[in-house]
Ligand binder design. Structure first.
Ligand code: MG
Length: 219
């Protein structure tokens, strides 16, 4: 079972929907423009790993980056969900690291190819234990951070996100039905960068949790 824990209870993970360019400062560091509606891609659930495990840099890439993100875990199914009801569909929140083979992604962007390979390797979605949504009255005013070997690399606030969680849920559910266990990774703030063999990552979101994972290069 591919799971995320919320308040100690295991929830089976469904699809993982990942937003891009949802923080202005990250869009700028990537030289990308902001879109009116949230843009997203899918990451396979086989990419999930947990606290104490490893991101494995695959032989296909020499430039795997970290992206720390607020993960919204869906608890109630819905299609065409209006923004006014969107939060009823949220069961909880967790911290997700959207590991990205930046070199493969750059080639895919240039060639107009999908990002499935760049984003989809096994171990490319470390996720923390989550908390119930009822414990987080305002998920968009929380400090979000990532450290490598004890040094801050990303430090921002979920309040800097361009879209509200309600807008994201409403938009995504207009395209694909949301189901219990689906995860929406809401995009990363600025400060993304490469990982190397032996690194130790810690990431956290105020009030939600933390996760620590190692980094190994496939020999
Ligand atoms: Mg991302």
């Amino acid at each position: 079972m591919t799971f995320v824990k919320i308040d100690g209870k295991k929830i089976e993970v469904g699809k993982i929907i990942c937003l891009l360019r949802s923080y202005k400062a990250h869009a700028e560091e990537m030289g990308a423009s902001i879109t009116e509606k949230p843009e997203f891609f899918l990451k396979p659930r086989s990419a999930i790993v947990h606290d104490g495990e490893y991101i494995i840099i695959p032989p296909e890439s020499n430039d795997v980056h970290h992206e720390v993100e607020l993960a919204v875990i869906i608890g109630k199914a819905g299609k065409n969900i209006p923004t006014a009801n969107a939060m009823e569909h949220v069961q909880g929140y967790a911290v997700l690291i959207d590991a990205t083979a930046r070199d493969i992604q750059a080639r895919a962007k240039k060639a107009g190819k999908p990002w499935a390979v760049a984003k989809g390797f096994d171990t490319f979605a470390p996720i923390s234990d989550g908390v119930l949504a009822s414990k987080i009255p305002n998920p968009q005013n929380l400090e979000i951070w990532l450290k490598i070997n004890g040094q801050y690399r990303q430090k921002s606030c979920t309040g800097m996100m361009i879209y509200t969680i309600q807008e994201i849920i409403s938009h995504v559910s207009g395209i694909m039905s949301l189901e219990p266990g689906d995860i929406i990774a809401t995009g990363t703030p600025d400060g993304v960068g490469p990982l190397v063999d032996g690194d130790v990552l810690e990431a956290g979101i105020e009030g939600i949790g933390t996760i620590s994972v190692g980094v190994k290069k496939t020999q």
